[in-house]
Write a protein that binds this ligand. Structure first.
Ligand SMILES: Cc1cc2nc3c(=O)[nH]c(=O)nc-3n(C[C@H](O)[C@H](O)[C@H](O)COP(=O)(O)OP(=O)(O)OC[C@H]3O[C@@H](n4cnc5c(N)ncnc54)[C@H](O)[C@@H]3O)c2cc1C
Length: 298
């Protein structure tokens, strides 16, 4: 493995870190090491990486890091962060093209400066634009499928394909995309009035600050909402606000968040998740599905 790993990342212009601690790359501040973590310098570098990794049949995982629980032994193979793919271009007819690593807050700021409306629903989502497509991220104001025009994907063979939104099946926190890495996203916005757009964004950010535990590390909502209900309400009604395993705690502010009170491990979080799910299904018959993506080795 080590030789194949070194070959897979040879000649790249981006950043390459062996044994990178993934806790430093996740909003939860939890996670063991990646064998190697690569931040490609640009889209070309990403294609080269994909080709080299595929040729050596190594596993590859892409992260933005805000909806993830990385287990304590980390991730084998190559972990890719698109943190350096962060350019945004304005195209005709209120279209923006954002490289995959652009953070949603940055993209919203860019749209506001150009008086482009349509992304206000995403205010406060911290993920990358690519991660938001893959997750079909959403809030009560809207979801990613409302804004995506097309997606650029680097396939495992290293081919770059552009996939129009009509060919993507979006559903609740899910998008069925061709296999590969999302390298960029076209967003269809519309002309708006800057102060109106700003107001919606500010109001929603305030609402989040009032209702979500934003000062502690977390990965956002842990469970998907069950049909016609909210997971936060279900967990709170089951009496789990403040429940704790080690340093993992069900937030007292919003019961669908688990926060890291200091040194929580993935094992702590998963034990707490199991406790909540087992209790809730026994008492109410409701099965809470995970929105959080759990990856890596225990
Ligand atoms: C405080 C807080 C608030 C949040 N609020 C919301 C909210 O309101 N609504 C909501 O939907 N989510 C919310 N989230 C969760 C998270 O921000 C979203 O799920 C976001 O879409 C994840 O993006 P990411 O880039 O961090 O991807 P990650 O969490 O790293 O990855 C998610 C999945 O996408 C895949 N992926 C990531 N990038 C790529 C890529 N370039 N190509 C292919 N696959 C990729 C990963 O492999 C993984 O399977 C919140 C999180 C936090 C911490």
């Amino acid at each position: 493995m080590p030789r194949r790993l070194r070959e897979a990342v040879a000649g790249l212009r981006g950043t390459v870190r062996f044994h990178a601690r993934l806790a430093d790359y996740t909003s939860f501040k939890i996670g063991g090491p990646a064998d190697v973590l690569v931040e490609p310098a640009d889209a070309e570098d990403l294609v080269q990486l994909v080709v080299q990794v595929s040729a050596r049949k190594l596993p590859m995982f892409v992260l933005g890091g805000t909806n993830l629980l990385v287990r304590d032994k980390g991730i084998r193979g190559v972990v890719v962060s698109l943190a350096r793919l962060r350019s945004i271009k304005e195209e005709p007819e209120s279209v923006l093209y954002a490289e995959g690593g652009v953070g949603m807050p940055t993209l919203i700021g860019y749209a506001i400066r150009r008086s482009l409306a349509g992304l206000e629903w995403a205010a406060g989502i911290p993920g990358t634009v690519a991660g938001c497509v893959v997750m079909n991220a959403g809030t009560r104001l809207g979801e990613m499928k409302d804004s995506v025009k097309a997606v650029r994907i680097v396939t495992p063979a290293g081919r770059v394909i552009d996939c129009p939104a009509r060919d993507i099946a979006f559903s609740y926190r899910r998008a069925e995309l061709p296999a590969g890495i999302v390298a960029g996203v076209w967003l269809q916005l519309k002309p708006g009035v800057r102060s109106d757009i700003e107001k919606v964004v500010k109001d929603y950010l305030r609402y989040r600050r009032d209702t979500q535990p934003l000062t502690l590390p977390s990965a956002g909502c842990v469970f998907k909402n069950p049909p016609n209900d909210s997971a936060g309400r279900v967990v709170e009604a089951a009496g789990f606000k403040g429940a704790r395993v080690g340093d993992a705690e069900v937030s007292r502010t919003h019961a669908n968040f688990i926060v890291n009170q200091g040194h929580a491990t993935a094992k702590d979080v998963l034990a707490l998740v199991r406790k909540v799910r087992t209790h809730v299904v026994r008492k109410t018959g409701v099965t809470l599905d995970l929105e959080l993506k759990v990856v890596g080795q225990a």
